[in-house]
Design a protein around this ligand. Structure first.
Ligand code: SF4
Length: 168
C-alpha cells in the first residue's frame, strides 16, 4: 500500500485547476520560494501520512468532481506515491492537475534518471510549473500566484513533443 505525506486535503475547490476539484497538499518542499503562501508545507517531517486508498475513498463518492489537484509542498518529492494516486484517479475517469516548483524542462531532465518523476509526468493531465516568484506576483491570474508559472497541457505536450500551453 502506498502512503503519501500530506499537509492537508480539500474536498472541493474551484481555484486549483479547471472545474470542481479535490485538492491534496503534499508535505515537504525543497524550493523555499520567498513569499511562499504555505511555508508550513516545507518540512519533510511535518504533516501526516495517508494511504492512497483512503484518498480515493474521499474522492470517489463526489460525482461533481472533474478531478484531483496534487499541490504542495512539492508533489515530485513523492513522485512514486503521487503517481500511484494519479493513476488511480485517472482510472476513475477523472483528470489530474499537478503543481510543481520545478519547471517542465527541469522535470523532463530529472525524469531521465528518475523513473518515478517520469511516471508522475505520464499520469498528469495538466502541469502547473515553476515556483512562486514574488517579483512576478499577479493576483489576476487563474490557478497561479505569479506570471512565471505556466499551465501546461501535459498529455498533449508529451504526445506531440511540442509545449502546449493552456490559457485561463
Ligand atoms: S514550490 Fe510552492 S510550496 Fe514550495 S516554496 Fe515554492 S511556492 Fe512554496
Amino acid at each position: 500500500m502506498s502512503k503519501i505525506r500530506v499537509s492537508g486535503f480539500t474536498k472541493e475547490s474551484v481555484t486549483d485547476g479547471p472545474g470542481i476539484r479535490a485538492v491534496l497538499f503534499t508535505q515537504g518542499c525543497p524550493h523555499c520560494c520567498p513569499g511562499c503562501h504555505n511555508p508550513s508545507t516545507w518540512n519533510y517531517e511535518g504533516g501526516y501520512e495517508i494511504e492512497v486508498e483512503d484518498i480515493i475513498n474521499l474522492i470517489q463518492p463526489n460525482r461533481l468532481l472533474q478531478g484531483l489537484t496534487i499541490s504542495g509542498g512539492e508533489p515530485f518529492a513523492q513522485a512514486n506515491e503521487a503517481a500511484d494516486l494519479a493513476a488511480r484517479i485517472q482510472g476513475l475517469g477523472l483528470d489530474v492537475v499537478t503543481y510543481s516548483g520545478y519547471t517542465f524542462e527541469q522535470l523532463v531532465e530529472m525524469g531521465e534518471n528518475d523513473p518515478a518523476v517520469r511516471r508522475l509526468l505520464e499520469v498528469t493531465d495538466i502541469l502547473i510549473d515553476g515556483g512562486f516568484r514574488l517579483e512576478e506576483r499577479d493576483l489576476s491570474l487563474a490557478f497561479r500566484g505569479s506570471r512565471n508559472q505556466r499551465i501546461i497541457n501535459l498529455k498533449e505536450t508529451l504526445k506531440t513533443g511540442e509545449l502546449a500551453l493552456l490559457e485561463y
